[in-house]
Design a protein around this ligand. Sequence first.
Ligand SMILES: Nc1ncnc2c1ncn2[C@@H]1O[C@H](COP(=O)(O)OP(=O)(O)OP(=O)(O)O)[C@@H](O)[C@H]1O
Length: 673
Amino acid sequence: MKAEASPTTLLARRVLKERFGLKDFRLKQELAITRLLDGGSSVVVFPTGAGKSLCYQVPAVAFKEMDKDSGSRVPEHSGVTLVISPLIALMKDQVDALLRRNIKAAVLNSSISRDQYLMTQDDLRNGRLDIVYCAPERLNSEGAMESLKAIPGGIRLLAVDEAHCISEWGHSFRPDYLKIARFAKEANVERVVCLTATATPKVAQDICNAFDIPPEGLFATTVYRPNLRLLAQSSTRETNDLAKLTAYLRKNPGPTIIYVTVQKQTEKLAKDLAGQGFPTKPYHAGMNTPLRTQTQEQFIASNDMIVVATIAFGMGIDKSNVRNIIHYDIPSSIESYSQQIGRAGRDGLPSACLFNLSTKDFHMRNIFTYGDRPSKRSLRLLLRDICSQQRKRLQPGDTFSVSLYQQSKEVDITQTTLGIIYAQLELHFHLFRSAGSQYSSYKYTTKDANAILNDSSIEARAIVKATAKSGSAKWTHVALDDLALSSGLDRKKLVRKIDDWNDRGAIELKREGVQSMYRLERPLPSTEDIDGMVRHLDEEMEDKELQAIQRTQALITLITDKKCFAKALAEYFGEGADVMREECGHCTWCETHEQIVLPDEPPQTPDPEKVKKVLAACKIRDDPRFLAKVAFGIKSPRIAAEGLYKSGVFESMNVCDFMELVKVFTQHCPDTR
Ligand SMILES: Nc1ncnc2c1ncn2[C@@H]1O[C@H](COP(=O)(O)OP(=O)(O)OP(=O)(O)O)[C@@H](O)[C@H]1O
């Protein structure tokens, strides 16, 4: 006999029908939602496009219904559902869809105007919203945090989209995600739902740990998609991959996404395919937004188009009839592979996913893997810079600002890695807390001089007085820090004044030089402490590098093993034999029972003559990793500053193993061992 549904389940079903116009819940939606409505927190692991959004949208509406039925809260004190998502472009679509259903939703991110921002803040303060979306970076702003904490009725539900980003084991760790759990505690969030399409058991555990969610709060469904044929082939350095690809595409027509690693390759391969008569377009993050939107729209409407893309393509593309996903280069991990093949055959019809395994792409993949880890020298420089002499007099509670863009160049660390290190300093070392960001430079041209002259506020008068000398120059520069200091006025109020002129159309404004602000939590460390911190950070970076290598290796093993690909994939994501009892029957292994063999093309041992040439071209001996990067062909700000790209030695040893190169060059940098 079927168990009687609980009142909360009944309410969830009613909301689904009446407010979303849908008949039944899918997968484990109902279980996850019921748990949330009963006061628990949930982790939802459903494949892409399976319907994760409803898991927070239904509760967001249901809370108000619950309050109405019980009479426990007046509507203005029903609180809000806060959704944290990194996908700013998709937020707007979701909000528009909700507004059409008369569900009060809004976004708080960099894409909205100041007026919209103020209106949303007002709506939040007065309890007029059901759902508000924001990006994780928002939690770096002290002001934003305070206003979210002050919502009447509080945050009933915090929904964390792409929740795998919280795990340092995950394939796309984002440091800002670590701050979400801290925020949840500080803001007394009532319950949390974390959503992701890909989580290994270890990542799911990390998510549960971060938000204190017990095992019964985890709702995961299988990644197995019976309509997808997982195919793979390998090629040697001599193989004509393009000929193989075109032969495949002729046999397997239909909308196709081909994934490659770098932007340049999207352009080249798209041109090659178009030259052979295939309707092909490239897509990557370096293209301008209108062109990207146009390509995406054409692809969605088309029945035969091919897009050659980097990983930038695919998020939020709801196209049901993608017939082929081709990995022309090796993806970074099983998680990325699984997420990308998930875009094929959403209509349930047979579709194919072809994986091309070639040692040729290892070099490019390794550039990404090894390029992110900074050298010990860089870490030391960074910490010395943060704790520089002029900051020594700062006391806990004081703020300081840094241009991460500038610092990345000075200490030779990529901006992504810099972000991770700052998060470590904040969360593990408790050195400081992010306190938002500010621009270092403001300049404007006047559009309505009267509006400015008639503004009698003290801020307006101070700005006009300070900039009076700019005469006929097109742009009037405002040196804000100097002005705040000389006038004794609050910098924030001066900024607000300039923003206000801009919003009212009195000026056209340009802001430049983003600076991140930090509020010191404890005195800055001494020189000895810095050494300890450098060691600690270096070990963490080494761990991360190792994880990245292992992730790619796990994918290669999956493809070259004597095993059904679909079964191996399901097992990787922690699904036991009970979920996939039999082999899929139509992957390359199931069809041929022949192992895919990685060509025997091992890296070459470093040639001493080439090593000598690198050393002759580059006099630097304080950083072996730097020399290895030059030889291997990994770009970095310091290599650019030294003018080494065109030296002839850059990338001259790209057939070697990178770690082997580090070892060799360490022997030539005696003081760094
Ligand atoms: N129970 C349901 N009944 C019918 N349609 C549903 C149901 N649940 C979700 N959908 C629809 O499925 C589509 C995909 O849902 P949604 O965007 O939430 O997927 P997702 O899991 O968040 O995907 P992604 O991983 O791409 O973010 C939407 O059009 C949604 O309306």
